[in-house]
Design a protein around this ligand. Sequence first.
Ligand code: NAD
Length: 339
Amino acid sequence: MNGYRIGIVGCGGIAHRHIAGYRKVAHDLGEVVAGCDIDKEQLNGYCDQYDIPNRFTNAADMIASGEVDVISLLTPPAVRHDVIFPAIEKGIHLLVEKPFGETLCDAVSFVEAAEKAGVTLAVNHQLGFMEDIVAMRDIINSGDIGDIRYISHDELKNRTRVRGWRSLEQRLEISIFSIHLIDRIRTLAGSPPQNVSAVTRHWNPDVKGETFTSLTVQFENGIVGTMVSNWHGLTLSECRLRVDATKGSVLSVKKVVLDDTATLHIHPLNGKKETREFHREGAFTHAMGESMNHLMDSARRGTEPMHSGRGNLYTMQIVDAAYLSAQRGGQMVEVAEIK
Ligand SMILES: NC(=O)c1ccc[n+]([C@@H]2O[C@H](COP(=O)([O-])OP(=O)(O)OC[C@H]3O[C@@H](n4cnc5c(N)ncnc54)[C@H](O)[C@@H]3O)[C@@H](O)[C@H]2O)c1
C-alpha cells in the first residue's frame, strides 16, 4: 500500500469514531493496518469489524513489529508513557487522544522527546476541525471583526451518568471534557496563557472527580477567556462559543459541542449581519478524520500540525493552573508558577 500505515492502540469506544473518520477523510494519506488492545476480546471484535489484519495485545509488540508508521493512541489518560516514548524511539508519528498527559510535566517530556527525534506529535482536539469553528477562524483571520478582546465558551448538559475508568478519575471534568473547550479558546486567542482562576464542584457522589467547572483565563496579549462546563444542566442542553472583538462579534450556538448542527451569528459593526447554518451528518466523525489527515499531511511535509503537542502545552498549562486554582478555592494562579 501507499501512504502511512496506521496502528490503533486502544480499541474501545472512541476508536470506532476514529476509524470511521479516517476511512472517510484520510484515506489518501494512510490506512489502518493494525490494532492493539490489552483486552483480547475487545481487540478481536474491533479488528474483525473493520478487517484489520495485524493484531497485538501489547503496544510494545506493535511498535517493534515494524508494521506501523503512525500510532493513534486511544487509551485512557494513564496510558501514555509506555506507548509514546517507545514509539518516538522508533520514529513513529503519533496522534494522542486528549488529555495529552495526566499533567503538564508529562506533556512537556513527550514534546521534548518527539522534537529531539524529529517525530510529528499531535493531540486529538478534533473539535477544532468542526465546520462552525473553521468558519469562525476564517472570519477572525479576515480582519472583519477586528482584534479579539473576549472569548466565552460554555456547555451545559446532563452528563450525570459517568461509568468505567472515568468514574475513577480524580481529574475529571476539565481533564476529560472541557479541555476541548479550553483548547478552542486558547487557539482562538493565539497567545500564551498568563493566569487562570477556576472554581470546580464535585456534584456527582458516584464519581471521584469534579463535574462542574467555571474558569477565567487571561492571555499574555490581553484577551480574556471564560468557560463554564456544567454536567448538571439536567433538562436544557446548550453550547455557546462567542467572540467579541473591536469591530464586531461572532457567536456559534448548538445543543452540544459534538452536534452535527450549528448556527453561526456574524455581527460586524459596519456591515451586514449574517446567520449561517451548518449541518454535516457525522460531523464529529468527520472531524476525527480531519485531525488524522492533518497529522499525516504535516508529517509528510515536515511542518508543525495545527493541533501539535507543542501548542497543546498551553492547553495543559491552563488545565494544571485551573486545578491548582480550584484547590485554592478559586484564587488566581500565575502560569509561571506551574511551568
Ligand atoms: N476526542 C474526543 O472527543 C474523545 C471522546 C471520547 C474519548 N476520548 C479519549 O479517548 C481515550 C479513550 O476513551 P474511550 O472512551 O475510548 O475509553 P474506552 O474505555 O472505551 O477504551 C479504551 C480502550 O483502551 C484499552 N487499553 C487500556 N490500556 C491499554 C494499554 N495499555 N494498551 C492497549 N490498550 C489499552 C482498553 O482495554 C479499552 O478497550 C481517552 O483518553 C478519552 O479521553 C476522546
